[in-house]
Ligand binder design. Sequence first.
Ligand SMILES: *Cc1c(COP(=O)(O)O)cnc(C)c1O
Length: 367
Amino acid sequence: MQECLDTGWVSSVGAYVDRFERIVADAVGARYAVATVNGTSALHIALMLAGVDRDDEVPMSTLTFIAPANAIRYVGAWPVFIDADPEFWQMDPSRLADFLDRGCERRNGALVNRTTGRRVRAIMPVHVLGHPVDMDSVLELARRHALPVIEDATESLGARYHDRAVGHLGDVACFSFNGNKLITTGGGGMLVTDNEEFARRARYLTTQAKDDPIEYEHHEVGYNYRLTNVLAAMGVAQMEQLDEFVEAKRRIAACYADALRDVPGITTMKEAPWADSAFWMYTVLVDEAQFGMDSRALLRALGGHGIQSRPLWQPMHRSPAHAGSPPAHCPVADGLNRDALSLPCSVGLRESEQQVVIARIRALAAR
Ligand SMILES: *Cc1c(COP(=O)(O)O)cnc(C)c1O
């Protein structure tokens, strides 16, 4: 970062932007990466690359942070909310199949939602909490229906699906380097792909679609979405620590799992047979009847002892911000929203601090 300041290359052109893009592309095994100001803007551009247009529909995970649903609205399209699977809490491929195989039909070469009459244009699985979606099933559906797959991998850098990196499973993927993510640049994002034309167009659209840099000629409405060199320098330094960070997350997760597994009413987070989770967040389920209090009461009890915990997001099919989207029945996500609580798990969490959290939960359970 000092070098950026000393040389004056502080803005969206500079050697560190290229280096950061290279290091992230290499980490996931992708051919191209394009840095952006944040993960949400990367999702916005990815939808444009996939050809998603006004009044199209995009099935996506209902149990997620709101950004991908918002990005779908930015291009004038509509999210179709797919329920989570009860075991690993990711987009349930069997629910996705219900929608695509039974809820849609082919009309004049396009896949159309039977209920709304709108065209389905892409699939957007969100790998939540550091854990991969069951992608082979999603990719098989995508292939069968000829739909591009946009991975929202913003919470799952460093995770693997079988022997493949999350973010290198669909046609294009997006990462975030917000302050709460595993790797941060304060704010930042990245779009990764093997598709050369996608990469070229992403670079173009994120730099105001500038065609002639001398005469300032533009043939399209573009966006100012490029990351700055200063922040990219931070990203390069952060990426050098990625493996250590993932290791720390996995160590914290294993410690919680060991210590809380036998607590009545607590269900610890699972890792699917296909997954090497990055455990971005460590989340447990609280069964009110067995534990003696519900997740929100536990949140308050921990808070009273200076321990911060958090529920998962309001599922998107319940979000007033997306009330205009097709209504969806997602009982699994509703149950997870009721029962889930995320525990302290930042990479800087000390073992002694984690033991305090564990002891407090065990003491509350004993009561
Ligand atoms: C963090 C996050 C984003 C977007 O990231 P920003 O960099 O904050 O724009 C997108 N999707 C999900 C699921 C996220 O958790």
